[in-house]
Ligand binder design. Structure first.
Ligand code: PEP
Ligand code: MG
Length: 591
């Protein structure tokens, strides 16, 4: 039996991943239907129920044929044929006759009869030691859910791109592609059972500037759509049925925040320079060309990371070379002469293409990801590299390869770039012959061989999100071990220092584009370690700039010196917090 909806104020605690406070009606999505209400029929109502069932079956058939057509067009006939099995369920006379019998003899409503009979079939199939039949159980459940939605007059799934009204989304999980599609107007915020600070879903939330809390354990199972809630993305709290007092207190928090934002806005045209005159390049991370406007609006000095894979997800086909070239050129043109660092495709991990048949892997973050994928999928890589090269004739484009784990990968990728440059020359297509090429440093092995990489490159960009997960062996998505994901771990501090030393020895610059750069508490440590550029989500440019402008570079260097000699991550974090609060107390006013 589902629990009765909560009526009292109740607080759930999770991991804050995107700042801000919002309140509104909740929309719970992706919740498996456990039971369907049973209604006893009056005499003579059975005929009407059987008619309702038949109508719902016809409606479901139309929907399935429509989905099948779209899938066949987008992905091919073979993929479309997956739905044949679903359509067969709708024609299964044994099943349907049984449902009709239950409606007529037990005098119960159609949805209850259908759910009970179909679930009995599915459970029996699922228990049989045969992969084929077990698959049929999944088909049966998928079709059952559709038929029930139609009988209950519910939408066929919820379209996150077009929400009907402003709401706070609650879900067990949200994929990065779901999050990228969220209706910006009506999605007030979101809260999920699982997830962590550096999942791409959380990163997207910060880009969308909507409050988000993850790792709330089984909150989605305890809530119902329509309940009223408040989400505090500063402290990682979801409050259901907040009292007047709670709403009043949060009103104060929001007012303080607005005043701070006004203050931060004044900094937009100012450079990121410390009190003692040390200049830092403060750039932004973006996911699409249109984000270039935000880069300027928040006062960033260019793009330190363009996550190009978002151009590939959420669409039926791969983007063509031409489409990619236009998108990259659009960003470069909008921002010139500021630099735009294009990161080549980083698919895999938690970012997948729905239309590419990529096999499921046991450890996707250690698997067929990023440069590994591109070096094998040569046609896809070729189109992207040509598109980036061609776009480089406009504006100030640089390019970097993700997840380089050693010299071999870099050499292979660089050789391909040379091949495509030669192709373009033969075709008389212009590109920037001097375009700078760099690599992301996000594996421990890349740090160890950083000296060899630095000789061959113009810059490094440290991807701390991955560097931390790979060095500390802590899955960046797993909320159960989120406490072990420690950016101030002495090992991480030393790896960053080793990367900076290798880069500077070869006179190349080094950036941090992982989420560590966006945290005003940690930015001083990075600067003290010698990082030249910080690249952060556009809305986080103003607070990081505010921090830098209140900081002395000499104090940051002292902090780094302390961290390099310290054996405890929590002690290092404590010193970072002390310095950050001293440099910019207003950023940390208790919220
Ligand atoms: C990183 O790993 O720090 C990074 C910036 O890349 P991504 O988060 O896209 O993996
Ligand atoms: Mg990464």
């Amino acid at each position: 039996m589902p629990e009765a909806p909560l009526r009292e104020e109740k607080t759930f605690r999770g991991i804050p991943v995107s700042a801000g406070v919002c309140r509104g009606k909740i929309l719970v999505i992706g919740k498996p239907r456990q039971t369907v209400a049973k209604r006893q029929l009056a005499d003579g109502q059975a005929v009407e129920e059987v008619n309702r069932l038949e109508k719902a079956l016809v409606q479901t058939r139309h929907q399935l044929l429509d989905v099948q057509r779209k899938v066949s067009e987008g992905m091919g006939a073979q993929e479309g044929s997956i739905f044949d099995a679903h359509l067969l369920v709708l024609e299964d006379r044994t099943l349907l006759d049984e449902v009709v019998r239950v409606i007529q003899q037990e005098k119960v409503n159609a949805e209850h009869a259908f759910h009970t009979v179909a679930e009995r079939y599915a459970t029996t199939l699922a228990a049989i030691e045969d992969d084929y039949l077990r698959e049929r159980a999944t088909d049966m459940r998928d079709v059952t859910a559709r038929v029930l939605n139609n009988l209950l007059g519910m939408e066929d799934g919820i379209d996150l791109r077009h929400l009907k009204e402003p709401c706070l989304i609650i879900s067990h999980d949200l994929t990065p592609s779901n999050t990228a599609q969220l209706d910006r107007r009506n999605a007030l915020g979101f809260a999920t059972d699982v997830g962590s600070k550096t999942s791409h879903t959380a990163i997207m939330a910060r880009h969308l500037r909507i409050p988000a809390v993850v790792g709330l354990k089984n909150v989605s199972g305890q809530l119902e759509s329509g309940q009223f809630a408040l989400l505090d993305g500063f402290n990682g709290v979801l409050i259901i049925n907040p009292t007047e007092q709670t709403l009043f207190e949060y009103g104060q928090v929001v007012r303080k925040k607005v005043t701070l934002e006004e203050k931060l806005r004044e900094l937009l045209p100012q450079p990121a320079v410390t009190l003692d005159g040390h200049r830092v390049l403060l750039s932004a991370n973006i996911e699409q060309a249109a984000d270039a406007q935000e880069v300027k609006a928040y006062g960033a000095e260019g793009v330190g990371l363009f996550r190009t894979e978002y151009l590939f997800i959420n669409r039926d086909h791969l983007p063509s070379e031409e489409q990619q070239c236009q998108a990259y050129r659009q960003a470069a043109a909008a921002l010139k002469p500021m630099p735009v660092v294009m990161r080549t495709l980083d698919l895999g991990g938690d970012k997948f293409l729905s239309h590419l048949q990529v096999p499921t892997e046991l450890n996707p973050f250690l698997g067929w990801r990023a440069i590994r994928f591109c070096l094998q999928e040569r046609d896809i890589f070729r189109e992207q590299l040509r598109a980036i090269l061609r776009a480089s004739s406009e504006g100030n484009i640089k390019m970097m390869f993700p997840m380089i784990s050693g010299l071999d990968e870099l050499n292979q990728a660089s050789a391909l770039v040379e091949d495509y440059k030669a192709e373009l020359r033969r075709e008389n297509i212009p590109f920037d012959e001097q375009m700078e090429i760099g690599a992301m440093i996000e594996t421990p092995s890349a740090v160890i061989v950083a000296d060899s990489l630095a000789k061959r490159l113009k810059f490094f960009s440290i991807g701390t999100n991955d560097l931390i997960q790979y060095s500390l062996a802590v899955d960046r998505l797993n909320e159960k071990i989120a406490h072990l994901y420690e950016p101030t771990h002495p090992a991480i501090v030393r790896l960053i220092k080793a990367t900076v030393d290798a880069a500077h020895n070869h006179k190349i610059w080094v950036s941090v584009c992982g989420e560590m750069a966006s945290d005003p508490v940690l930015a001083p440590l990075l600067l003290g370690l010698g990082i030249d550029e910080l690249s952060v989500a556009p809305p986080l440019v103003p607070p990081v700039k505010f921090l830098i402008r209140g900081l002395k570079a000499s104090d940051a260097r002292e902090l780094a010196e302390f961290a390099l000699n310290c054996e405890s991550g929590s002690e290092i974090l404590g010193r970072c917090q002390e310095l950050a609060r001293q440099a910019a107390p207003r950023l940390f006013d208790d919220i």
